[in-house]
Design a protein around this ligand. Structure first.
Ligand SMILES: C[S@@+](CC[C@H](N)C(=O)[O-])C[C@H]1O[C@@H](n2cnc3c(N)ncnc32)[C@H](O)[C@@H]1O
Length: 312
């Protein structure tokens, strides 16, 4: 963990009260804190830094029940390494990361990428933002993203078919400023950063993977600057009752709270409907973008995400 992140960190268990974390028992390798403890000055709860990865979750058992999050598996890691970085070894990749980055031209302050997976958008934003931080609930993804950040290159094991795999080595782009990048394990529904500490935040293809999407939107609103804060959201709205109860969905249902179109409901919430997000945002741009996940050489998932950029 890089030290610059510490001034923004707060205890996730104490939210909405914002209590800072104190660093202790640290072991460093150069600028990187490879192990240590982050301790809440108020409630005393401790959060570990293991293998350089800070795990700042209210419920640390979340990482122990890892396998219940399918994103911890080797298969999911290879799917996302392909989706995020395959263009860097000459495969087709996904241009959604460029499309979304191009929307946030003016951002110069700190950037937060929630549900960052293996970190492509976080990395992309490092040549523009003051600092670029990625959070994800998957320890496996964050560890891989950090290895790429530290080593400047990484090996990806990609399925061909069955148990046959191919290996690709890829390098980060020269313009990425990895000294400004950091990744931590954190929950997008309980973001462990001080209010107003980011000028821009993204939630890319995450909303429909959460138990409480509204809580996530409120957290994004809290950590964003109340003046000129920019919010970038994309999602395919693949609502799934195994992930979130229907009452929590932001659309895609006939009746109840947020019935009808997710896209329209999301825009209304962001623009202040029901006073859920305050101060409200105004819509700057919106559209649709395709992205692909490769399962193996003859099987891809093709997803069309709605996206919007909104500003305060
Ligand atoms: C569909 S993937 C999208 C990844 C990436 N943003 C992209 O668009 O390529 C969803 C990601 O959200 C992460 N995730 C799921 N629940 C989360 C939570 N509560 N907090 C933070 N990340 C979460 C998963 O581990 C996974 O990396």
């Amino acid at each position: 963990m890089k030290e610059f992140i510490l001034e923004k960190l707060i205890c996730p268990s104490c939210i909405p009260i914002e209590n800072p974390l104190r660093l202790k028992n640290t072991l460093r390798e150069g600028d990187d804190i490879v192990s240590g403890i982050l301790r809440c000055r108020s409630c005393g709860k401790e959060y570990p830094i293991k293998d350089g990865v800070a795990v700042v979750l209210k419920d640390n058992s979340l990482t122990e029940s890892d396998m219940k999050f399918r994103y911890e598996t080797r298969r999911m890691l290879s799917f996302y390494l392909w989706a995020h970085y395959s263009d860097l070894w000459g495969d087709e990749g996904n241009d959604i990361y460029y499309i979304l980055k191009s929307l946030i031209q003016d951002t110069k302050g700190p950037f937060l990428d929630t549900g960052c997976a293996v970190g492509r958008l976080t990395m992309e934003m490092s040549d523009r933002a003051e600092t670029s931080i990625g959070i994800d609930i998957s320890f496996t993804f964050i560890k891989k993203a950090r290895e790429l950040m530290l080593n400047g290159g990484q090996e990806a094991e990609i399925p061909i078919e069955g148990e046959l795999m191919e290996r690709h080595y890829f390098k980060i782009k020269p313009e990425w400023k990895t000294d400004k990048v950091e990744f931590i394990v954190a929950d997008a529904e309980r973001i462990p950063f001080k209010e107003g500490s980011f000028s821009c935040a993204s939630s890319m293809n995450l909303i429909d993977r959460l138990k409480h999407p509204i809580l996530h939107l409120k957290e994004l609103s809290r950590i964003l600057n109340p003046v000129n804060g920019e919010l970038l959201i994309s999602d395919p709205f693949s609502w799934d009752p195994d992930i979130a109860e229907k009452d929590e969905w932001l659309g895609g249902k006939h009746s109840g709270r947020f019935s009808g179109s997710s896209e329209e409901n999301l825009k209304a919430i962001i623009m202040g409907k029901g006073g859920l997000l305050s101060p409200p945002f105004s819509l700057k741009s919106e559209g649709n973008a395709w992205w692909k996940i490769r399962n193996h050489q003859r099987h891809y998932e093709l997803i069309n995400s709605y996206y919007l950029l909104a500003i305060r």
